[in-house]
Design a protein around this ligand. Structure first.
Ligand code: SF4
Length: 1016
């Protein structure tokens, strides 16, 4: 029987709307027998898991059949939403609903394969052969290129010529093995998806509030009175999380505002939508801050007590004509020393509680934002003055203590050459309104991939260590230098300054790394850690490959060809590698970068000499472990089946490879074997570590009997620790990642908790999973009460001082200090308050400033024509030549996700591929008419770096905006297709995007660049 695609949806996926393509009539036919599905049976095994796609982390129930004892392979045949899950409550979006087709995708890898230099085909090999050959290649490269000492003779122990990309959907337990594996070998060129995703979130929120994560959680959105969605599109990218926006709107009478270049699906249900030019969000937010100040819509008591408004800044700090003080044009970087407080003799920041001192932050802020008038916002953003003022008025309504606004954002803010400063501006706005630490408030970074929060926590970035500690640089050649530089002194008399405990976190991590071999005498193995000499982010990695300085690359659950900026440049870079190892459940474009796929990948395999190994790994449904959702909840999941074919768990692949490398170093010696042999890998089966062993290690344990100040025994040697407050700096505790301490205690696996009760009705479900830090659900919650400890809003009280201690629905983000003791609520900042002025914590300025994208459609900056774009944006000289201008490429392009597809993964799932089979771009009606393009035409979109072809969707969703007197059109480019997958073949959208990144996180620009368009 042949069915049309529309009939097919009626049978098996009634909820999935294949909007765009269906409306164009690009329908295919499918045979019914292939799509017939089994349904839940009584004898099925039910297994709990979480969706592998986005960071909502929806609960899933997986049903499998097959009795392995009788030699029948267990197979998952049905997946549905977990009705008990407090966030998803049984819902799954079109991505999650199609996950069965991902698990059983025709593109699952089943056995190891090898591609020889110059070859045009794969050949099957055994696991033993693959592991042996990869270990040999790695050892040879390491032995030949390992750097024990730098030119100054300082011990640096780094290996720069083989790099590694880590996954974003594998479990934390795999991530911990990644970290140990890479650092034991001395690798510095390691990165994870966070670099291409929410890097700017950490870079902006940590300098503002003290921690770099989503402040609140998904369910808490329902408590908001105002929801501002800007720099994100939760209805499409996080559909199930978006249900809490609707809950706020319908049950809390919240006003939902969307500001976005495109009238998207979030806008479709908003109370107010306003268009904005991609890349101008900072100007909008600074304009909103100016509005709040001008209209005195400030929560003064909060600002005075809980922010650095009253702190006094050095006299030599200036901002003039687009540049902050300390700029070095040659190095394209700032000397940030003037961006700091004036200090008294004790080293404490001077303050003026009256806010009248001309150098206090409050007055500097007023002067800084004064230029962002509604007229200037309109000129830069294209948003009408009426819309802008109306949105400011709505936000201003939350400056009273009993109303809150939440801000939801995602890649629309992070994917910019000055993305971190957009997020900073949002944080400042919320501080002025008193909305941080409050239920229904916050700056809520909606993370992308299902476990990218976890991989960030675990420090799988080139210059990071677990728990947000930095990897030492070669300028910190000894332990004392390092630890004193990363442990901040308090900037106020009574402040908690929680990072003063850094030595406890670091030494406990080193005990987890090196076990008994880490001793006080050898500075806890400090020399064994690699010391970096430069950044090794993904853009640097691509450059080093092109320069012939990276020979090997391990790519685990990552698709760099589709993810790095400037796909053609990435393809050239990968072709310079000597060897590449791809560990993935699926066929990815990166694994076949050497294959010719017509215009979409126009390469000649004969000319590519890279040896490629492709190793099949398990997917989420086949592993035990934890993943951290956007709200920092560590949720444990269980395997519902074994990996298919010869595929193996990631941990087993790493275990086998690392074990073999150690054997080789033991037997043959080689370059600096010490850290390789000393890394603690004491699992029951080192070749196949079990996730439970690793999760216990992540939490940490007592290595000796531990006593408190009063001499009471708090943990016996060998017991699991219950909190990071128990960590010691004398080697008597271990913990791989201090913020995870408390996740697996003597009481068991807290991440597997499953009590969804919400006793206070505010969406705080402390018995469900475990949230870092310390099972706290809303960060900075001490700020939800006034200085006297009384909740600002009794209706949404998180904490109160009961006369003896802090009590309430959440774990206090504070110490035990009573109200009135002058202890600030932002305990991770050494000054105890949140920062309107970020002092020296960011690379591109202590205040945000509007800079044009490097490819600017107006070619000037009306605020300061001499400094058009960020003077410190991350760009290599060779890439500057690859930037286009508005004369040749007059249209702004912006990439984004759509509801039915998730990045480049769901295109392998048949159901999702059916929903959105064909690549398309969106363009406005006026531009289409001008170009003679009608819906369904194939168009060619070209940037300075390459072109893509796709079908045109002509829409009212994209408007022509007037920017600085010019008419500017925007082209919308969904990012999901490629030359592999179950969809029709398409072009990788990053073919068009420039190699330029944020100055703080080096996250590349994908949201605002220049293109031209023509009918193909
Ligand atoms: S993609 Fe996100 S919203 Fe959709 S089911 Fe998965 S976790 Fe939930």
């Amino acid at each position: 029987m042949e069915l049309s695609r529309r009939q097919f949806f009626k049978i098996c996926a009634g909820g999935m709307a294949g909007t765009t393509v269906a409306s164009l009539g690009f329908l295919s036919s499918f045979s019914a027998h292939a799509e017939a599905r089994q349904y839940k049976l009584l004898k099925a095994k039910e297994t709990r898991n979480n969706c592998t796609y986005c960071s909502v982390g929806c609960g899933m129930l997986m049903y499998s059949l097959g009795d392995t004892a009788k030699n029948v392979t267990e197979s998952i045949y049905h997946v549905e939403g977990d009705p008990d899950h407090p966030v998803s409550r049984g819902s799954l979006c079109p991505k999650g609903a199609g996950v069965l087709d991902y698990i059983h995708s025709d593109n699952r890898l089943l056995y190891p394969e090898y591609r020889a230099p110059g070859s045009d085909k794969w050949q099957r090999i055994s696991w033993d052969e693959a592991i042996e050959r990869i270990a040999r290649l790695m050892k040879a490269d390491r032995d030949a290129n390992f750097i024990e000492k730098n030119a100054q003779g300082l011990t640096v122990n780094r290996w720069t010529t083989t790099g590694m990309l880590c996954s974003s959907a594998a479990s934390n337990e795999t991530g911990i093995l990644d970290g140990k594996f890479a650092r034991a070998l001395g690798m510095v060129a390691i990165d994870c998806q966070a670099r291409l995703c929410h890097g700017p979130t950490v870079a902006a929120l940590a300098p503002t509030f003290g921690r770099g994560a989503m402040t609140n959680n998904w369910v808490d959105i329902k408590n908001a009175n105002v929801v501002l969605i800007m720099g994100g599109n939760a209805a499409e990218a996080h559909p199930v999380g978006f249900k809490w926006v609707i809950e706020a709107q319908t049950k809390n009478d919240a006003t939902v505002v969307v500001v976005d270049p495109r009238f998207n699906r979030s806008a479709a249900v908003a109370d107010l939508y306003a268009p904005i030019r991609a890349g101008s969000d900072t100007a909008f937010l600074l304009g909103a801050i100016r509005y709040l100040i001008e209209h005195d819509a400030i929560q003064h008591e909060y600002v005075r007590a809980y922010t650095n408004a009253s702190l006094i800044i050095r006299d030599d700090y200036t901002f003039d004509d687009g540049l902050f003080s300390g700029y070095d044009a040659e190095k394209r970087q700032y000397d940030k020393s003037s961006w700091f407080y004036q200090l008294d003799e004790q080293g404490h920041a001077l303050r003026d509680e009256t806010l009248s001192h001309p150098r206090c932050v409050w007055n500097l802020l007023k002067a800084h934002v004064d230029r962002y008038t509604p007229e200037m916002v309109n000129r830069l953003c294209g948003t009408s003055i009426d819309d802008f003022n109306r949105i400011c008025e709505i936000l201003a309504s939350t400056s009273v203590p009993n109303r809150t606004a939440t801000i939801l954002y995602a890649l629309g803010w992070t994917h910019h050459s000055a993305g971190a400063q957009i997020i900073r501006a949002a944080g400042m706005l919320q501080l002025l309104l008193g909305n941080i630490g409050m239920a229904g408030g916050g700056v809520n970074a909606l993370r992308g991939h299902s476990n990218i929060q976890g991989y960030t926590d675990l420090g799988l970035l080139s210059t990071n260590l677990p728990g947000y500690m930095p990897l030492p640089s070669e300028k910190q050649p000894d332990y004392q230098t390092y630890i004193s530089q990363i442990t901040p002194p308090a900037l106020g008399l009574n402040e908690v300054n929680y990072w003063q405990n850094t030595p406890k976190f670091f030494i406990s991590m080193m005990k987890s790394f090196w076990g008994d071999r880490a001793t006080a005498e050898n500075n806890w193995g400090y020399d064994w850690l690699p010391k970096w000499d430069r950044l090794y982010d993904v853009m640097t990695q691509a450059k080093l490959m092109l320069d012939g300085k990276i020979n090997g690359y391990i790519v685990q659950g990552f698709n760099p060809l589709a993810a790095f900026p400037d796909k053609n440049k990435s393809a050239r870079a990968l072709a310079k590698l000597k060897y590449m190892v791809v560990i993935d459940p699926l066929v990815t474009e990166s694994s076949t970068f050497w294959q010719h796929h017509g215009e979409m990948n126009d390469v000649d395999p004969k000319e590519i000499q890279t040896e490629v190994f492709r190793l099949p790994s398990s997917c989420f449904a086949e592993e035990d472990g934890s993943i951290a959702n956007s709200g920092r909840w560590l949720q444990w999941h269980w395997a519902a089946a074994e990996p298919p074919g010869e595929a193996m768990h990631d941990g087993k692949i790493l275990g086998r490879l690392f074990t073999r490398l150690r054997e080789l170093y033991q037997q043959e010696g080689g370059a600096n074997p010490e850290p390789v042999l000393n890394m603690s890998w004491n699992y029951k089966n080192p070749r196949d570590p079990h996730p439970e062993e690793i999760a216990r290690e992540a939490n940490g344990m007592a290595l000796a009997d531990l006593y408190d100040d009063k001499g009471q025994l708090i943990a016996k040697k060998g017991q699991q620790l219950s909190s990071f407050a128990q960590l010691r700096d004398d080697g008597t505790t271990s913990s791989f990642c201090w913020v995870y301490c408390g996740s697996w205690t003597e009481q068991g696996n807290q991440m597997a908790n499953r009590d969804n009760s919400d006793p206070y009705g505010l969406g705080c479900t402390p018995g469900w999973a475990w949230s870092w830090p310390a099972n706290r659900r809303i960060l900075y919650n001490r700020a939800s009460a006034d200085v006297a400890g009384k909740p600002w809003d009794p209706q949404r009280a998180l904490l109160h001082w009961d006369g003896k201690k802090w009590s309430g629905m959440d774990v206090a983000d504070y110490n035990a200090s009573a109200p009135g003791t002058n202890v600030g609520p932002f305990i991770m900042n050494p000054e105890g308050v949140a920062r309107l002025f970020s002092i020296d914590k960011m690379n591109d300025g202590p205040f945000p400033e509007h800079y044009e994208p490097l490819e600017s459609p107006i070619g000037t900056n009306p605020l300061h024509p001499n400094v058009i774009s960020s003077p410190v944006a991350r760009v290599f000289k060779e890439d500057v030549a690859n930037m286009g201008n508005a004369a040749d490429f007059p249209y702004v392009a912006t990439t984004y996700s759509i509801t039915e597809l998730f990045r480049h993964w769901t295109k392998h799932a048949r159901l999702n591929a059916i929903a959105q089979p064909d690549q398309f771009i969106e363009m406005g009606e006026a531009l289409a008419q001008q170009k003679g393009i009608v819906a369904g035409d194939v168009v060619k979109v070209t940037s300075k770096r390459g072109y893509i072809k796709a079908k045109a969707v002509v829409t009212k969703r994209l408007q022509t905006l007037t920017i600085d007197g010019r008419q500017i059109d925007t082209i919308g480019i969904p990012c999901h297709w490629g030359f592999e997958g179950a969809t029709r073949k398409g072009f990788l959208a990053n073919t068009l995007t420039p190699s330029v990144g944020d100055a703080n996180s080096q996250t590349p620009e994908y949201k605002s660049f220049l293109v031209n368009i023509e009918k193909a």
